[in-house]
Design a protein around this ligand. Sequence first.
Ligand code: PLP
Length: 456
Amino acid sequence: MTSTIESGPLPDIDPAISRRAYELDRKHVFHSWSAQDLLDPMVISAAEGSHVWDGDGNKYLDFSSQLVNTNIGHQHPAVVSAIAAQATKLCTIAPSYANDARSEAARLIAERTPGELDKVFFTNGGADANEHAVRMARLHTRRHKVLSAYRSYHGGTQLAVNLTGDPRRWPSDNGSTGTVHFFPPYLYRSAFHATTQEEESQRALAHLEQLISMEGPSTIAALILESIPGTAGIYMPPPGYFEGVRELCTRFGIVLIADEVMAGFGRTGKWFAVEHFDVVPDLLTFAKGVNSGYVPLGGVAISPEIAATFGQRTYPGGLTYSGHPLATAAAVATINAMEDERIVQHAATLGETVIGPALSAFAERHRSVGDVRGVGVFWAIELVRNRESREPLAPYGGSSPEMNQLVAACKSRGLLPFANFNRIHVVPPCNTSVADTKAGLAILDEVLEIADGFAA
Ligand code: PLP
């Protein structure tokens, strides 16, 4: 029997409105990261919790959390009514004024970030958070270079895309001097010929230390690292790695920026992924889960030392919408609801008791599964044509007809997956029910049988 998502109560969807949305989109909307003429976007007409409905009223379980941002699910009533209440009260105000929504959001974030990252600079999203973090680090250290990892994503703006360590950087790899990339640990495809996590950790740290000495420690302002890399493949830092990076940064006076844009706000079963490693960065960037993207918001949480640099000296940066009332009111409601409903703990439990065990079983049963890894509601299934050679089911930086077929097979069964290169990520909202999570995993199990047909 084929698994599909139960249709459930149908929201009021008018197919004529959906058709018009599609036609106008094709005529006027220019989409991100795409060849425009090749697109065929699904119309989403309604969403609730972990589900969305397309323009014809078909229901899907959202195992992507869109772009891994709806940590609290769609249309959470507390967040929706907080936005509505804030809209009635005050829609917008310039950043130079104090405002209760912004102040309260900053307090709630500062209380949850590790160590004493007690000041928050608000941005509109993740890329500009990383841009500002680097600017702060450069002005604080009076140095210029920034180190970042291959197999990373830090955003689509000019500096952020130059920091990025994936193929999205290549067409724009020209606008930013002083970004230097290093190999992060990734045992499954080790750049260091390591055979154990411990070896991988030590060798990746030795490589980083050597790179720092070759680049000149006194020239390096910052090192930016996703605490657990997301889109690049959710590869978990091996024991001691993050702590070792912290030690190198401290030893050489380099500002450590933890990019928690995707991994933060409950995704890994903790408020922030750095908590898995007992590391306090100097700057922590966030976006996405801070308010589940209901209104665009990002930011930088800042250490006392770096904040003090700009105590008497002007910070030369800002945004018209820094700390926008609608966005920060949504953040306040999101964080409070996550606390009240124990959503972060739920994400941890889903990882430990449902997703982790299911994915381990997939790795046993399906010859197309090369590796599975993750934590909380942040998991990757790496698909291969051959387990011995580890040849990926799609090349690095590309797709393949086989991967496209698997994505289509998920959708035809009512599951929206997150796919990248040769991987399918299991990244549902943090508050997805156990039953829905199991239903989604049952669909993936079937789709992996199709994948097995592509593997030797
Ligand atoms: N950093 C990480 C780790 C991300 O995953 C993303 C987006 O996916 C960004 C930064 C960029 O965030 P935004 O798209 O909000 O600019």
